[in-house]
Design a protein around this ligand. Structure first.
Ligand SMILES: Nc1nc2c(ncn2[C@@H]2O[C@H](COP(=O)(O)OP(=O)(O)OP(=O)(O)O)[C@@H](O)[C@H]2O)c(=O)[nH]1
Ligand SMILES: [Mg+2]
Ligand SMILES: [Zn+2]
Length: 348
């Protein structure tokens, strides 16, 4: 059995079962706490230490939150344990490729401030991603002290998804941040997601992560200054761990059909009443969505948000599938070249 320290930072029987019994006695078990490109920071029961990326990724790409079994001497990864959950987005930029955000977290705090950043469609976007990863979402509305009616914003958010938990807080007030400790007990892993300047690192510090830099926001548009530049996992005073993320400029959905369907279950229910099963909801005859919009039963903002996110995820999902296919073909091509070379050498 592993040490209490590992259990406190999220180790459980799901991971324990994956270790092969005969050769694990000397292996070091560690969790990825940061990824700096050329080096990876790891947290074991005893200490935190760095490993060159080639050794850490010997069994495939790793991300913050991953559990690894390491060779005791050189700390080369011998097993990257199967993930309990994996959160990823489409990497920013033209090329459609996935970017891993966090592995093995139980809860995501979707952080938005009550001032200029507040945007229901953006929160729906985050929700789709989190529900797709089968992680529990909690929406945290910060800077409640700067808004005249935070309770109203909270109600609007609660309507986005049945049973959605929404907290409104002043992240600078320790009495209010204690409400968040509920999700941060021993063995629990939480990650923070949200735009720059909304108060993610402020929350992390309030929960006991050590001294993360926080930064002021721009006065003209209340946008953040991208103070946090890399994601990192921190021990909390409550016993669990928390992943702080840099502010996201754009959050493009990867393949996310189930997540979008879950967030927009009400819209899909109306769509089932459209005359044609492949109705585009854009002027087709007998469109139930159009009727619901006209009758005021369906909010226009929510409908546009659904159409946008669904089209985006479908497009990126196709491109990601093509990319995987190309990857397979390239590997097959390399293998056949290697085989031909081996045969040639054999004949010589
Ligand atoms: N008044 C008020 N200010 C807050 C609150 N939460 C955060 N701030 C301030 O907002 C600014 C940005 O906070 P950060 O914690 O750095 O924001 P962040 O989300 O980590 O930003 P990035 O690292 O750039 O992604 C800081 O000046 C904080 O002191 C809040 O609830 N109320
Ligand atoms: Mg930050
Ligand atoms: Zn329709």
């Amino acid at each position: 059995m592993q040490s209490e320290k590992l259990i406190s930072i999220g180790w459980n029987s799901f991971f324990q079962r994956q270790l092969s019994t005969e050769n694990n006695a000397n292996q070091v078990i560690a969790r990825v706490s940061a990824h700096y490109g050329s080096q990876v920071l790891l947290l074991s029961a005893e200490t935190e230490f760095r490993v060159p990326v080639q050794l850490a990724e010997a069994m495939g790409e790793v991300t913050v939150g991953d559990w690894l079994a390491l060779e005791p001497v050189d700390h080369r990864t011998v097993q990257r344990l199967e993930r309990q959950s994996l959160l990823y987005r489409k990497a920013p930029g033209e090329e459609v490729k996935p970017q891993l955000i966090a592995a093995n977290v139980d809860t995501i705090f979707i952080v938005s401030s009550c001032n200029d950043d507040f945007n229901l469609s953006r929160i729906e976007r985050y929700l789709a991603l989190v529900l797709q990863a089968e992680v529990f979402p909690v929406v945290i509305l910060t800077k409640a002290d700067l808004h005249e009616n935070p309770a109203e914003l909270r109600r609007e958010c609660e309507q986005l998804y049945p049973g959605l938990l929404v907290e409104t807080i002043n992240a600078l007030n320790s009495e209010e941040t204690t409400n968040l400790l509920h999700w941060c007990g021993p063995g629990k892993s939480v990650a923070l997601l949200g735009s720059s300047g909304v108060g993610k690192s402020t929350i992390a510090n309030a929960l006991g992560a050590k001294d993360l830099a926080t930064g002021g926001i721009r006065e003209d548009d209340a946008k953040g200054r991208h103070t946090t530049t890399s994601r990192s996992l921190h021990l909390l005073s409550s016993g669990g761990v928390l992943v702080d993320n840099p502010g996201m400029r754009e959050l493009q959905l990867p393949a996310c059909e189930e997540g979008v369907a879950e967030v927009f279950d009400d819209v899909l229910e109306i769509a089932q009443r459209c005359r044609f099963y492949n109705c585009s909801h854009q002027g087709d005859a007998g469109c139930a969505i159009e009727e619901a919009l006209q009758a005021g039963e369906l909010d226009e903002r929510r409908f546009f948000s659904f159409m946008k996110l669904n089209a985006e995820q479908a497009h990126n999902s196709r491109s990601l599938a093509e990319r995987r296919q190309r990857g397979k073909e390239t590997t097959q091509f390399h293998k056949s070249v290697q085989r031909a070379n081996r045969e040639k050498r054999g004949r010589q």
